[in-house]
Write a protein that binds this ligand. Sequence first.
Ligand SMILES: Nc1ncnc2c1ncn2[C@@H]1O[C@H](COP(=O)(O)OP(=O)(O)OP(=O)(O)O)[C@@H](O)[C@H]1O
Ligand SMILES: [Mg+2]
Length: 228
Amino acid sequence: MLKLTDLNATYGEGMILRKVNLEALKGKVTCLVGRNGAGKTTTMRAIMGLISTPNGNIKLDNKSIIKLPTYERVKCGIGYVPQGREIFPQLTVEENLLLGLEAKNGKGVIPDSIYETFPILKEFLHRKGDALSGGQQQQLAIARAILANPKVLILDEPTEGIQPSIIQEIGRVITKLKSDMAVLIVEQYLEFVLEIADYCYIMENGRITIEGEPDNLDHDALQATMSL
Ligand SMILES: Nc1ncnc2c1ncn2[C@@H]1O[C@H](COP(=O)(O)OP(=O)(O)OP(=O)(O)O)[C@@H](O)[C@H]1O
Ligand SMILES: [Mg+2]
């Protein structure tokens, strides 16, 4: 589905990612883990075409997308929920959702399945985005990305600053979504990762240093990587 090979990425002069190899497959939740500043968000921004990637390749369904601008990558089927969510605070829940539909193919009707997945959005349909809690905003951001019907859904730290009951809820939704798409998640909350991930990559200083299925990873080494 989505495949990064030997990908380098730079901010100005500084090389941040070094030869990153990573794959996200349909039917699987793939997690990219690492401590602050490791390069996780940079990896997601590179996938979206938001920063320079001078070497390496990014393929979606075996076709290179590395030369495409961001909006084309979205059209090809990559849904992105950035770190910090970035919903539109002055628009209502409904308006935010409609923008998700438009990202794919213009106008449309929000399907009921979205409200079945996130009942809270139906309840607050006419509330403005900034009148939602952090967890509700995260649910709105995920719902908006799903409405564009992506092949790959990218979530950057979906649990950041969110209370445990909503984290559980988001975990359930992600596990359900993977039957229709590849899900690629950046996370620092290890307990959550070990619960939902089918495959993990650990990043340190812009490189992947450990990878594997959660059951096969050395959890002590993982913990040590995170707390250095
Ligand atoms: N706009 C930028 N310009 C220059 N350097 C940047 C920029 N954004 C991030 N960096 C640097 O790139 C490195 C990786 O940052 P990145 O945001 O990818 O980390 P992260 O793993 O997502 O961390 P966190 O867990 O804190 O979100 C850091 O050293 C950071 O200082
Ligand atoms: Mg980040």
